[in-house]
Design a protein around this ligand. Structure first.
Ligand SMILES: CC(C)(COP(=O)(O)OP(=O)(O)OC[C@H]1O[C@@H](n2cnc3c(N)ncnc32)[C@H](O)[C@@H]1OP(=O)(O)O)[C@@H](O)C(=O)NCCC(=O)NCCS
Length: 152
């Protein structure tokens, strides 16, 4: 089945109410609006994924010292499984490339098979674990650390 191709643009503070609706729908342990505001103030790469003039997802990536760190990648639960997560990730990888990042890093909950599959298919490798990195329903959950070099 063919789905429409989304558009990408920079996130602004005006997007945050919709972003928070998606964030709380998509994650059991979501970011606060303050987290997003802090990232905007810090000048992180923050991308909105629009489909037919509706926000359906977003990504947040920090850049420093030739490295990019993908901090958040999210598609609205009702729009998942249609290739938009992969398209958004591709767009963020292009930004990392344009900004001359040599490597992109990210962490994923050990239980998040959907995201791990997406990152594996996008050429990321598992490079380590962070024990008890995330809060979880009953205690803490490990993070898998992924990395991908950006080849020239
Ligand atoms: C992870 C996430 C961004 C993926 O976005 P998506 O739009 O659902 O993913 P896509 O449709 O682009 O799928 C990309 C690949 O992911 C994998 N995938 C998608 N749905 C899957 C599922 N239900 N189970 C396992 N793998 C799945 C597949 O490999 C798929 O490739 P394919 O279409 O060739 O089979 C999205 O599920 C999401 O926002 N989840 C909640 C937030 C989150 O966990 N973010 C990641 C934090 S690190």
């Amino acid at each position: 089945m063919q789905f429409m191709m989304p558009c990408f643009r920079a996130m602004t503070a005006q997007d945050l109410s919709t972003v928070m609706e998606i964030e709380t729908a998509a994650y059991a342990h979501s970011w606060s609006e303050g987290n997003f505001r802090d990232c905007l103030s810090a000048g992180y790469e923050m991308v909105i994924c629009d489909l037919e003039q509706q926000i359906i997802g977003y990504g947040v990536m920090s850049m420093a010292a030739g490295e990019a760190h993908l901090l958040n990648l999210c598609i609205h639960p009702q729009k998942q499984g249609r290739g938009h997560g992969r398209q958004l990730l591709n767009h963020l990888m292009q930004i990392a490339d344009q900004k001359k990042a040599g490597t992109v890093f990210l962490e994923v909950r050990a239980s998040n098979n959907r995201a791990s599959t997406l990152y594996h298919m996008a050429g990321f490798n598992e490079i380590g674990f962070r024990t008890g990195y995330y809060p979880a329903g009953s205690g803490r959950e490990d993070a898998i650390v992924f990395a991908r070099s950006i080849l020239k």
